[in-house]
Structures are given as structure tokens and as C-alpha cells.
Ligand binder design. Structure first.
Ligand SMILES: Nc1nc2c(c(=O)[nH]1)N[C@@H](CN(C=O)c1ccc(C(=O)N[C@@H](CCC(=O)O)C(=O)O)cc1)CN2
Length: 299
């Protein structure tokens, strides 16, 4: 049986470090880190995530400003809000919750955020810094940064000689995760829906990362004995065994059978998910430190 990573505990430890860095910054400069969280529309899951982000920001001692906009907001109005937040010196981090409602051009909105305030790490400047191995100069996307912390805690900072396979090639996760693994000297393969022999490629991975959004797609025969398996999927499936109309969360990995073969594995829920919000707090305090000429903490 493998070691199951407790994402909530790791996230809580990150948040403690963020709080300490926030206190230090305020003591040295009188500045409180400021995080602006923007949500458009009524998606219930997005509202839950945004409330958690705002609550966690307050816990970290940040000034947290939530902008809740109706679905009828125009692209121009959203971009105007981002421009105001860019110009506000009390705001060090700007987060636009994704997905935006149909009709918005998310990419244009994300690229309108100043790179130094892009605490989601999605601006092309931050993506470019990550791609060129400049991990300290930019801001790294939160979920991959969290998943990478698990990998570093398991294998150390140098992954030389290890094969890593990332299944999924999204800008939000797959590509930045692959870049982080590469920067740590892993031999990295990005696999996706058009990859031939996905199972065979996955089975060669010392570090297998699944981010495809397909419930329990990764089966035991995809896992190399002794591998580290990081599950980034969050899929809600019907659970009639829990009663009529009930559902449950599962990852992209068939947890029970894969745990028999892996040395280390993350659960869903309680694995990578909680790290997303913790690393957002980390990025915000980093951005606030940099904006005020104070050495930024490393996570
Ligand atoms: N602007 C962004 N939008 C979105 C991001 C993001 O990083 N930036 N990521 C996701 C949603 N997300 C945060 O925004 C997020 C997803 C999941 C969790 C989490 O803790 N999940 C729990 C389970 C929660 C549940 O019970 O439903 C877990 O895995 O344990 C936190 C944040 C898309 N949008």
C-alpha cells in the first residue's frame, strides 16, 4: 500500500508560511498584501472557490477585495475593471475566476492583467519565464506549483534520471507542470488525447501526473510499481450507492487499484485541490514583497 499525500496538511503548512511572510512585510513596510478576486456570473462551483479564496486571503492577513459581476457584464467592462486594479497600488494580486461565462474572451482578459499582479501565473510573460526556467522571476500557475511541491517533498529538488509523464496539455495545468518538472531535470513526456499507447507511456513514468478531466481513466496497469502518482482531476460522478440523486468526487486516477502499485499517491478530494488556493496566497505575498522591494519568500 502506498503513502497517501495529505494535501490539506501540506496546504495548511504553506498558509502558515504565507501568514508569517505577510506579517513580516507589514512590519517592515506598513504594507498589507492586497488580493482582488473577480468573478463573473453564477457558476455555483466558481462561487464556492472564490469564497474560499477571499476567506483564506483574510486569514493570511491580506486586504481582500471581491468583485462579483453579473453575467450581463460586457468584455469591455471587465477589462476596464482589470485596468483599474492594475493601476491600484494597494492591489498586488489580481485573480479572474475561470471559466468566464460564454461570450467572454478569457485570454484577452488574462493578458490584460499586469504580469507582476498575475497571481494565477497565466500571463504570457509569466508562462514565458517558466518556460525559460526563470522560476524566481515570474509567478507560477497555482495548481502546478502545488503539485510540484508534492513532487519535491517526495523526490527532492533534483529529478535527474527520473521519467515524468504529464497526461493533459492545458495552459492552466499540463504545460506549466511539464515546464516545472523539466526545470527540475526530469525527463518529461506530455501525453494527451491524441497520444498513441497512453497506457504504455504512463507505465514508464516514475512520476505520473494526470490532468485530463476523465473520471478514473488511469488504471493500475498504467502505473509503474513504486511510482509517484499525482491526480489533478476533480470529477463529480453519480453515486446511487449513497442514495437517490447523490454524487461523489473522483479524480482521473482509479485510486484504490493504483494505490496498490504506487509508492506515493494523491487522493481526490484532499490532494492537489487544496494546494491551488494555498499557492494563490503564496503568489500574492510574493507579488506584494516584490512590489515593495522586500525579499520574497520561496515555497
Ligand atoms: N482563475 C482560476 N480559475 C480556476 C482555477 C485557478 O487556479 N485559477 N482552478 C480551478 C478551480 N479552483 C480554483 O479556482 C479550485 C478547484 C478545486 C479546489 C479544491 O480544493 N478542491 C477540493 C474538492 C472541492 C469540492 O469538494 O468540490 C479537493 O480537491 O480536495 C480548489 C480550487 C478552475 N478555475
Amino acid at each position: 500500500m502506498s503513502k497517501v499525500i495529505d494535501g490539506k496538511a501540506v496546504a495548511a503548512a504553506v498558509v502558515e508560511d504565507v501568514k508569517a511572510a505577510s506579517v513580516r512585510l507589514t512590519a517592515e513596510t506598513g504594507v498589507r498584501p492586497g488580493l482582488a478576486v473577480v468573478i463573473v456570473g453564477n457558476d455555483p462551483a466558481s462561487h464556492v472557490y472564490v469564497s474560499s479564496k477571499s476567506r483564506m486571503a483574510k486569514e493570511c492577513g491580506f486586504a481582500s477585495i471581491q468583485h462579483t459581476l453579473p453575467e450581463t457584464t460586457s468584455q469591455a467592462d471587465l477589462e476596464a475593471l482589470v485596468a483599474d486594479l492594475n493601476a491600484d497600488p494597494a492591489v498586488h494580486g489580481i485573480l479572474v475566476q475561470l471559466p468566464l461565462p460564454r461570450g467572454f474572451d478569457s485570454d484577452v482578459v488574462i493578458q490584460s492583467i499586469l504580469p507582476e499582479k498575475d497571481v494565477d501565473g497565466l500571463h504570457v510573460v509569466n508562462a514565458g519565464k517558466l518556460m525559460t526556467g526563470d522560476l524566481e522571476g515570474g509567478l507560477v500557475s497555482c495548481t502546478p506549483a502545488g503539485a510540484m511541491l508534492f513532487v519535491r517533498q517526495t523526490h527532492g529538488d533534483d529529478l535527474s534520471g527520473l521519467n515524468a509523464v504529464v497526461i493533459g496539455r492545458s495552459n492552466l495545468f499540463g504545460k506549466p507542470m511539464a515546464a516545472l518538472l523539466l526545470a527540475a531535470n526530469a525527463t518529461v513526456t506530455i501525453a494527451h488525447s491524441r497520444t498513441r499507447d497512453l497506457a504504455g507511456i504512463a507505465a514508464r513514468a516514475d512520476i505520473l501526473v494526470a490532468a485530463v478531466g476523465r473520471p478514473e481513466m488511469v488504471r493500475a496497469d498504467w502505473v509503474k510499481p513504486g511510482a509517484t502518482v499525482i491526480d489533478v482531476g476533480i470529477n463529480r460522478i453519480d453515486a446511487p450507492e449513497r442514495g437517490e440523486g447523490r454524487s461523489r468526487l473522483v479524480g482521473d486516477v482509479a485510486f484504490a487499484e493504483c494505490a496498490e502499485k504506487a509508492a506515493v499517491i494523491t487522493p481526490v478530494p484532499g490532494g492537489v485541490g487544496p494546494m491551488t488556493i494555498a499557492m494563490l496566497m503564496a503568489n500574492t505575498v510574493i507579488a506584494a514583497c516584490r512590489a515593495n522591494g522586500v525579499e520574497a519568500p520561496r515555497f
